[in-house]
Each structure stands twice: as C-alpha cells, then as structure tokens.
Design a protein around this ligand. Structure first.
Ligand code: DC
Length: 672
C-alpha cells in the first residue's frame, strides 16, 4: 500500500497481464455480520482485508464473537444461541457505511447499551431513514449529535412487529439491507413484513443481500421491489464455509484499463459474468463504450475495441459505484457522455457528483452537473481526436476526498495522449476496498522509460546520501536503488567463489555480477536467498566494494541490473555514477556534501552506537584520504554530474535535507 501524502503516476502507455482482485466489500461485511448472528462456526474464504472489514471485525470481537484471522480466511463463531452482551459497549465505525448501517439495525433489534461513532465524515452521512424505520418497530435509538446522523446511542427495544415496517428506498439501499439482516433475529414466532417507500435505488445490492440471506437459511419472500416478507420461524444457520467473490466494483478499473490501454489485454481473476454483484453489469456499459470483453465462471478478459471510446448516455441506477469509472472513461470518448440517475453519489464517502466534476475539470475537461446527473466532455486523444472534443489535458493533482473510488478512477487518466502525469493525493484511501490497488495497476501497466522519473543522489562517503535517498524514496513511494550495495554484494560473491578482487580476475567477477542473484527486502540484502546484510555493511565490505568498483568490466556488467530498478512509479538512485552514466537523463540530480569534520563526527557517532571504539581524528584523516582517492581515480571518479544541484548538509538535519530535495522535486512537476 502507498502511505505517502501523494502518488505521482507517470504517463502510462500500455497494459497487459492478469490481476487477482480482493474480495467484495459488500459481500465481505454482510458475510461477517451474518456469520456473527448465526449459530455455529463459519469459515469465510477470500475475505477482503480493508478498513471497512477491519471495522466490522473489531465490532464483532467487542460483541464477543469468536474471530480467528489467517490471511484472507477468517473463522467466525456466531452469537446465535449464546449470551448477548449486557455491558455498555462503544463501537468505532470509522467511515465504513457497510458496517455502520447493518450493525446499527442488528444491535437495535437485539437491544443493549451501545454507542456507535465514526470519523467526522461518517457523522455527515444520513442514517435518519433507517433510525425512523427502527423506531417504528419499537427500537430505542437516540442521536448523540445532529438528528438524522451518527453518532447514535442504542437501548432496549419494545418490538412491535405486527404491522408492515416502512423504510425509505430512495436514499440508500443499505437501510433496507440493514433491516433485512436484522429482522430475522425477531422472526422466530411471526412473519415480518418490510415495505419500501419511494423508488428503491441500487436494487442489485438488495439482490446480494437476499442471495446471502438464503445461504444463511433465511428465505425472504420478495413481492416486486415494494414488499419483503421474512417468514415466521426464520433462524440463522451457518453455511459452514463460504467464499467471497472478488469485488465487481474494483473490477471496473481493470475493465476500463483494458478498454483504454493498448496492449495484449487484461485478465481479471476472482469474478466473472455469473457474479451475484450488480456492478458486474459495468461490463455492458464498458462494451457499449467499445471494450471487447470475454468471460468465464470466475474471470474476465478485456481488450481495447473502439478507439476513441464511444460516448454513451446511461441510467446508472443499477451500477452506482462502478459508474464512477465511466466518468473517467468518458475523457477518452468521441463525444459527451451523460450519466443519469446517480443521486446516491451525493451521500457516499463524499459527494461524488461534486468530486468527479471538480477533478475531471482539473484534468482540463468540460463537465456539466445536475442534481442526479453528470455530463463529461472528452479530451483530445492524439491522432484519433474527435471533432467534438474541447479543451486540453492538464497534469493535475487529484484531490481524493477520503474516497477510495475517486482515487482509483483517476489513476486511469494517466493514459492521456498529452502524456502528462497524474498526481493522486492521499493514495492510501484505497485501503477501504483495495489496499494494493496501485501495485496491481503498476503490475500490468507500462510506461515509456523516459517517463519513469529517477532522482539521483550522490556524494562523498558518510555524507548521508543513503539515508537521504531512502527517506525521499519513502516520501514519494518510489523504489530505491542502493548501487553501492550491488558493488558490495559483487565483492562478497567474488570472494565466496574463491576469486581475488584484483584486475586479474576482472572478467570472472564481471560474469558473476552480470547474473547476480541479489534481492532487497526492506533493509535486508539477500544473495542467493542468504542474508548477507551484515557481511556487506562492514568497513571491510566497503573496502572490498571499492576494489571491484574500479574494474570497468564489473561496472559494465552491473548496468543492466541497475536499469531494471527503474520501475513504476519512480526511482531514487544512490551512488557514484547514477547521474553521469546509469541515468544521465534523470530529471533531478543531487550532490550531497558535508565538511570532512561533520562527516567524521557522524561516522564516529555511528560506530560508537554500534559498540565499536573509534578515534575522531583518525576517522577524519581517513575520510579525507578516501575523498582524494575517489576524486582522482580514473574510473567513475567522485564528482558531481554537470547538472547536479549541490546540497551541503553540514548544518542541516536529515528532515531539512529531505525537505530541500522535495522542494526541488516539486518545482520540476507540472502540477499547479
Ligand atoms: O555507497 P557505498 O559505501 O555502499 O559504496 C561502496 C563502494 O562502491 C564505494 O567505494 C563506492 C563504490 N560505488 C561505485 O563505484 N559506484 C556506485 N554507483 C556506487 C558505489
């Protein structure tokens, strides 16, 4: 997961390959709650691991359910037939609507002494219609803040279930889902009827609910979309084992990717055309826009068809979440695309109509919006630009409103013909449903190497370049190449193979270097799977590296390996010849210096911390000698690249140095 403040996605060229998607959020949280309410133990496979399911799991633990997590398999021992908690419990629901609504209903119907709170945005998301319905049937619920919104306080109910229970269907289908999952708890000796008031939106989500209720032994009788009857004698029963389908809404980004990007097509694993999720019908919308889709029981394959995409007009009531993806596909179309019947967007993680319009405009598009519709005009698509296209692509910093779908949708703008990058702010918000979304995207998307940014950092020994480079890499979410480590590992491997580090063994060492089986895992360096971190990080390891690094054939042999570190979304490269030889076109090169006195002091501190004795004057003399040798050597001497910016950090903290590099980097970006 990218936990950086922002993620810059370079302009992308093509996409090919397959992705396996995480479990559906809607199915995951329903399954968790149903497993908690039923009698017996349920083994849930392929559960989504995300903020929303974490919230639900935490709540179930608080209620006293047995919860055992092993990767994506979770075993839940239900509360059915066991004691319901009587002590006061406060639940924190974050911004997880799929946990908040059904849990509120279940807790209110069972009764207790409960408080439910969330993040500030959760306290702005309406729940009044659900509370009204629950009060109608005798539940005791109070608002602790603004009427109609969380936080809530729940007490003991006096249930009256003889007449039909009305619930509004035109704000969020989650209210009806919540009642459908809670009321079987009270249907042991009488049938219970729910009546929907107003046109029911998001019907597919109700289908998911009914489908899953059936798996747990509750056979709801549906009369049109207006009446739902839970038969008398209903009782939750564990299905024993249940598999969660991959998220069809998450699939929409990869379906769109297949439709937009050139390449050999995209295969999506974990969900197919027979999915019980309504958002699978996004496939039809994508096909109308030009995608070529084939599918099987648990997979989809998508390729580009029409290009530019074809503009469409669509009533999106049946695919409320996935339809957001169409708004970004519309930028690649041959005319304006109109998305209708999307009022529900206004009460989601953010007001999604406002958000999608504002961010599409930042990219340069013309967008019109109404109370429940959005019209997006396309941007130029190179040689295929349509006459109706207005405006120009702009490199934009996309605000994501703590809304996972906004973040995922806009990553698709990186295929723009103007080849401008896209910045996604707060990329970790995708954790709500798809923590590794960007990793999945980068695993199938390719960019032209000249578009994948490289920042080079070099400087004399003990200047702190390694620390600086790895900190900047962490801030940007970029890969990190410690090229010195490659020379250290090469020397280590050479000695292990019984070679000397002299010129006489140059070609043998170069052969080793060319196929160096080295892997980096965080701070660890593995050679042939063996941890060699300590061995290569010693002073002796540095000396040995210095010896092999003067051999031209060895340097040549390591070029390809170093180039292979230039991967999406970008690279921090640390070492001698990064900016001069390996990545001469890097858009930012920093030459880090510090006075010999300062460096000697730092190295001294380091050694003392590690428990070695050291003499500061000797260290300084040593450093000065090494500088002189490094600067005068004929192969890859220590000297700044011509276009490098010098940073003297003698008087700077590491944070201040990182900040300076970030300021330089920002000044080279196209984002306003
Ligand atoms: O940065 P370091 O101390 O790990 O480097 C070990 C040795 O390798 C050092 O003598 C410099 C040399 N080196 C090099 O010649 N070229 C590089 N790109 C990186 C390191």
């Amino acid at each position: 997961m990218f936990s950086t403040a922002f993620l810059d996605i370079p302009p992308l060229q093509e996409a090919s390959g397959s992705v396996t998607l995480p479990g559906s959020k809607s199915i995951s949280n329903r399954v968790l709650l149903l497993s908690a309410l039923c009698q017996g133990t349920t083994v849930v496979h392929d559960l989504l691991d995300s903020d929303d399911t974490q919230v639900m799991l935490a709540a179930l633990r608080q209620l006293g359910c047995g919860v055992e997590v092993a990767g994506t398999t979770v075993t839940i021992t239900g509360l059915g037939g066991r004691a319901w908690p009587t002590e006061a419990i406060e639940f924190f629901m974050g911004n997880a609507g799929t946990a908040m609504r059904p849990l509120t209903a279940a807790l209110a119907v069972q009764g207790g002494d409960f408080t439910l709170k969330g993040v500030p945005r959760m306290h702005e998301r309406p729940i009044g219609d659900l509370v009204d319905a629950l009060r109608e049937l005798g539940c005791a619920i109070d608002y602790l803040g603004n009427p109609g919104f969380p936080p809530l306080c729940i007490g003991q109910p006096a249930l009256q279930l003889d007449k039909p229970i009305p619930v509004r269907g035109d704000v969020s289908s989650q209210f009806l889902t919540a009642l459908l999952m809670a009321l079987p708890l009270a249907a042991a000796d009488r049938a219970i009827t729910i009546e929907v008031v107003g046109e029911l939106i998001s019907k597919p989500y109700i289908e998911i609910t009914l489908n899953l209720l059936a798996r747990y032994g509750i056979d709801v009788k549906r009369q049109g979309w207006e009446r739902f009857v839970i038969p008398a004698g209903s009782r939750y029963q564990s299905p024993g084992t249940i598999h969660v389908e991959a998220d069809a809404s998450s699939a929409s980004y990869f379906i769109a990717l297949g439709a937009i990007a050139q390449g050999d097509g995209i295969r999506v694993n974990g969900v197919g055309a027979d999915s019980i999720q309504g958002d699978i019908r996004f496939v039809e919308a994508a096909e109308r826009m030009g995608a070529r889709v084939t599918s099987g029981p648990n997979w989809l394959e998508i390729r580009r068809g029409a290009w530019p995409l074809k503009a469409i007009e669509l009533d999106c009531n049946h695919i409320p979440d996935a339809a957001m993806t169409l708004a970004v596909m519309a930028l690649y179309a041959d005319g304006p695309t109109l998305l209708r019947n999307i009022a529900s967007w206004r009460v989601k993680e953010t007001d999604r109509i406002v958000a999608m319009a504002a961010e599409c405009r930042k990219l340069g598009a013309t967008v019109e919006e109404g109370p429940d519709w959005l019209r997006v005009h396309p941007l130029p698509n190179g040689q295929f630009t349509h006459a109706l296209t207005k405006g120009q692509w702009q490199g934009a910093s996309i605000h994501t409103y703590d809304d996972h779908r906004v973040a995922m949708c806009f990553s698709l703008a990186a295929f723009n013909a103007a080849q401008v990058p896209v910045r996604i702010e707060d990329p970790k918000c995708v954790a709500k449903t798809f923590p590794d979304y960007f990793e999945a995207l980068f695993s199938v998307a390719t960019a032209n190497a000249r578009h994948i940014p490289v920042i080079c950092i070099d400087g004399p020994t003990a200047s702190g370049k390694g620390t600086l480079a790895s900190r900047v890499a962490a801030k940007l979410g970029y890969h990190y190449l410690d090229s010195g480590a490659l020379y250290r590992v090469t020397a280590h491997a050479a000695l292990q193979a019984g070679l000397t580090l002299e010129a006489s063994d140059e070609s043998h060492i170069a052969n080793l270097a060319r196929h160096l089986p080295v892997h980096f895992e965080g701070e660890q360096v593995l050679l042939n799977g063996m941890d060699v971190t300590d061995a290569i990080r010693s002073e002796q390891g540095g000396m040995n590296a210095s010896k092999v690094s003067v051999l031209p054939a060895v340097r040549e042999a390591l070029v390809q390996l170093q180039h292979s570190f230039q991967r999406l979304p970008g690279l921090l490269a640390d070492g001698r010849d990064m900016g001069t030889v390996i990545f001469p076109n890097a858009p930012l090169k920093v030459f880090l210096t510090a006075s010999a006195a300062q460096r000697a002091e730092r190295r001294h501190k380091q050694l003392i911390l590690k428990g070695f004795s050291a003499n500061i004057d000797a260290l300084r003399a040593d450093l000065e000698a090494r500088d002189a040798r490094d600067m005068s050597r004929s192969v890859a001497p220590l000297k700044p690249a011509q276009d490098a910016l010098q940073l003297d950090n003698s008087q700077l903290s590491i944070e201040a140095s990182v900040e300076q590099v970030m300021v330089w980097w920002q000044s080279r970006q196209v984002f306003g």
